[in-house]
Design a protein around this ligand. Structure first.
Ligand code: PGA
Length: 225
């Protein structure tokens, strides 16, 4: 995995949005295309570029990486609300899925039915991908997880008080993510540089879940300060 550095956040996001567009166009003979989507601040620019560009996504299925447990679909901090605000309100997809209490046990089977062509990923400062925190095994699948205090603290800025921050979430596992055909791992900001270098060039270890991506044959790593 080589880290490609970009001069600006928008340039980095525009590149990924264009790769998605090319891939969908290139697959014009197939009946559908599948995108794996991420939340968080990093991918927002990709979605902005996708919305600004008028291309057709009506044959695209989407699978989001994760979602909080015990949070209403309409809660301002649910990942479904996030995706609605940044992408789904303006761009129409064939069908969009999130892991939930009802479906998380079947989520990987659903993905197998429509295998992910392109997966977008962010990285946490502790090396997590989705809610796969340090210690997550390589063969993990979609499941319900307890959030670490560190992650709850990081996310508490979006909630009125700490006791409103969800304690659990549903997340695709490492194995679920590794099944994607192509992965774009993005990191924005100097505070991500150190962990990104460890994930890309260091030892493959459960201590840094993103390091498992070294074992995937098609990962593009994009970074900007
Ligand atoms: P961020 O989060 O995009 O808001 O930095 C990334 C992550 O924690 O996975």
């Amino acid at each position: 995995m080589n880290i490609k550095e970009y001069k600006s956040y928008n340039e980095m996001c525009k590149y990924v949005a264009e790769q998605i567009k090319y891939a969908i166009n290139f697959n014009f003979m197939s009946e559908y295309f599948t995108l794996g989507l991420a939340t968080g601040s990093t991918p927002i620019g990709i979605y902005t570029n996708m919305v600004a560009d008028g291309w057709d996504t009506s044959k695209v299925y989407t699978f989001n990486l994760d979602e909080y447990a015990d949070i209403s679909l309409y809660h301002s901090q649910s990942y479904r609300t996030f995706m609605h605000e940044h992408l789904f309100r303006d761009k129409k997809f064939r069908q969009s899925f999130f892991p939930t209490e009802e479906n998380y046990r079947n989520y990987d089977v659903m993905i197998q039915r429509f295998p992910i062509d392109i997966q977008i990923l962010g990285i946490g400062t502790n090396g997590h991908i989705a809610f796969n925190e340090p210690g997550t095994p390589r063969d993990s699948l979609t499941r319900k997880v307890e959030l670490t205090e560190n992650t709850r603290n990081d996310n508490s800025r979006f909630f009125e008080s700490m006791d409103q921050v969800p304690t659990h979430a549903y997340t695709m596992g490492i194995e679920s993510i590794m099944r994607a055909k192509q992965i774009y791992l993005l990191a924005n900001g100097k505070h991500k540089k150190d962990i990104l270098e460890k994930a890309c060039y260091g030892e493959v270890t459960s201590d840094i879940p993103a390091s498992y991506l070294q074992e995937h044959e098609a990962v593009d790593v994009l970074y900007c300060e």
